[in-house]
Design a protein around this ligand. Sequence first.
Ligand SMILES: [Zn+2]
Length: 134
Amino acid sequence: MQDLSEMHEKCSQCGFDYARIDTERWLDNTARRVMCPVCGWTRLEEHHWPDGVPRLVKRTESFGFGAYRLVPPGGYSGYNAFHSSPDPEVIEHIRELLNKKGWKGYLTLWDQSVGRARLVEGSPLQKFDANGTK
Ligand SMILES: [Zn+2]
């Protein structure tokens, strides 16, 4: 059982305190992905553990252009991030699912002019506010 503080990390793009951490393990390797559900910022780290000591193999950081979560009626879905500016059709499609088709979730887009993500549609399903102010 991991401590809550180990499951979250501060986003280094928008400063949201609860960027989500996912980890994977296979053979002598581990991968750790940190994704901010507010702005979409993502960092991926891969370690190789040849003799019980972690060696960093790869570390990439992707700027977030927004994030979304789309949960179909009766279904489940995780969080997704935009790592480039999404096409207007993609945004329109997500808005339609949330507005007219009864899907739950939210859509944020990074607003370069103010340097923060703004909630475009829907509402976050977690207690954490999408504006990162709580
Ligand atoms: Zn962020």
